[in-house]
Design a protein around this ligand. Structure first.
Ligand code: ADP
Length: 425
């Protein structure tokens, strides 16, 4: 199998977002957790998104991890690699976008790299090199106060130049609007001046399509899910990939028992749990007991085992903001959160041992803890249950065929748990 597109994402949720976007464009896409082992058996796919946690680590480490991912991707035949960054260009003058881009560009031999975090459908646009978050320039948006990567300059030509070894230029909207050939000529001019990276303006989806078409002439590009959309559409338009229906990638039914776990305490999840009570047995964990030891986990597993054969079940640690605050005051926020995440991972492991093959998890951190514990190296991305939440088919998992849905707190409608299970057969 030869990959049409390989992607390296600098964080997990950004990777899922990109994988979901590529799937919506018709590419059969696997998201891996970290750099996969060489013997990972992939299903027939067009794209792989390797998820790293490299956004806020030391630049040299981000470069090393990204290069390892690139090596794996190139080994699977991908001629183009997208380095997926945050659509708000989260970074500092020390990196890591510039250093990783420099390294990938050096490896690829490309004279110039196209860079754009634009994704108009989520309100990220770039004009004259300035990134807008909705109607606000980046440096006036909430990102100015980000705890790790405060963004004080909306001009990405300057931002990238400060963290890169190459000179940075601009492909402005006037050039992008004239189409791929005009952009190619402009990039050649920039490259002839020794400029190694060009921030590309994009305000509409058609701009991303132009950028994607031109980026495919190169071996590397840098951007958010928006450029992923442009690349995917260009691959399909040029016949280098076929547009698949997302339902086609969901494959044959997996069967087995079904269970839901909720560790998110968001408003949406609390409402979804209340709704689920009308559709399936629900066990509410006692968070105080969870922090106290393993008995609560065992109680949950015994409760589940007695019911799994009859239909789906839901186990929730979630409580209201007041109760969460009280538990945190008694035990500390991190200790309480960590203890509950561990308990959820224990319960997930026990459920899978008891035959659960369809698992829905609510909560971003909770999902991370569960996936790590189950040792799942990657997912084939299937149809969307709700905006941004696809059905996932485990790839290379030690427990065999499994379907998962991983939902971060506020996602999904009131019937999310039932909606998910309907699509997970
Ligand atoms: P979300 O996606 O809504 O942010 P997460 O799973 O990322 O959900 O985060 C929820 C955090 O709250 C996790 O660390 C989880 O262990 C913790 N948690 C879950 N239930 C409770 C509770 N009852 N009290 C305190 N913390 C809890």
């Amino acid at each position: 199998m030869t990959l049409a597109l390989g992607c390296i994402a600098d964080d997990y949720t950004g990777a899922s977002d990109l994988a979901n976007t590529l799937t919506r464009c018709g590419l059969r896409t696997v998201q891996t957790i970290g750099v996969p082992s060489d013997d990972l058996e992939l299903p027939e796919v067009d794209a792989v998104v390797v998820s790293l946690k490299s956004r806020s680590i030391e630049a040299s480490q981000a470069v090393a991890k990204s290069r390892a991912a690139e090596k794996w991707i190139r080994g699977r035949g991908a001629s183009h690699v997208l380095f997926k960054i945050c659509s708000t260009f989260d970074s500092t003058d020390a990196g890591n976008i510039g250093p990783v881009m420099d390294a990938l560009r050096a490896d690829s031999g490309d004279a110039i790299v196209l860079v754009t975090p634009a994704f108009p459908e989520t309100g990220r646009t770039v004009y004259q090199g300035n990134l807008f978050v909705g109607s606000a320039p980046l440096n006036e948006s909430p990102l100015k106060d980000h705890p790790l990567n405060p963004m004080h300059d909306s001009n990405l030509v300057r931002v990238l130049a400060r963290q890169s070894r190459t000179k940075v230029g601009l492909a402005d909207l006037a050039v992008i609007a004239r189409g791929p050939d005009a952009v190619r000529v402009h990039l050649a001019d920039l490259a002839a001046k020794g400029i190694g990276a060009a921030i590309a303006d994009a305000v509409f989806e058609r701009d991303l399509e132009t950028i994607g078409t031109v980026a495919l002439d190169h071996r590397v590009s840098v951007g958010a899910s928006g450029i992923g959309l442009g690349l995917a559409r260009a691959l399909v338009a040029s016949g280098r990939a076929k547009a698949n229906k997302t339902t086609d990638v969901s494959g044959k039914p997996v069967g087995g028992a079904a269970a839901c776990l909720a560790g998110s305490c968001s408003q949406a999840t609390l409402q979804q749990i209340a709704k689920a009570e009308q559709a399936m047995p629900v066990l509410r964990l006692d968070p105080e007991q969870v922090v106290a030891g393993k008995n609560e986990t065992q109680r949950a597993l015994d409760w589940a085992k007695a019911r799994l054969a009859k239909g789906p079940i839901l186990i929730a640690s979630s409580s209201t903001p007041d109760q969460v605050a009280a538990l945190q005051a008694r035990h500390g926020r991190d200790a309480a959160g960590h203890a509950i995440e561990e308990a959820m991972a224990d319960i997930a492991e026990g459920l899978v041992k008891s035959g659960v093959r369809r698992l829905v998890v609510a909560g971003g951190e909770t999902s991370g803890a569960v996936v790590d514990r189950l040792g799942i190296p990657g997912f084939l991305v299937g149809p969307e249950i709700a905006a941004g939440v696809p059905v996932l088919r485990a790839v290379g998992a030690r427990d065999g065929e499994m379907l998962l849905a991983l939902k971060s707190g506020n996602f999904g409608g009131p019937e999310f748990f039932s909606d998910a299970l309907k699509l997970m057969e």
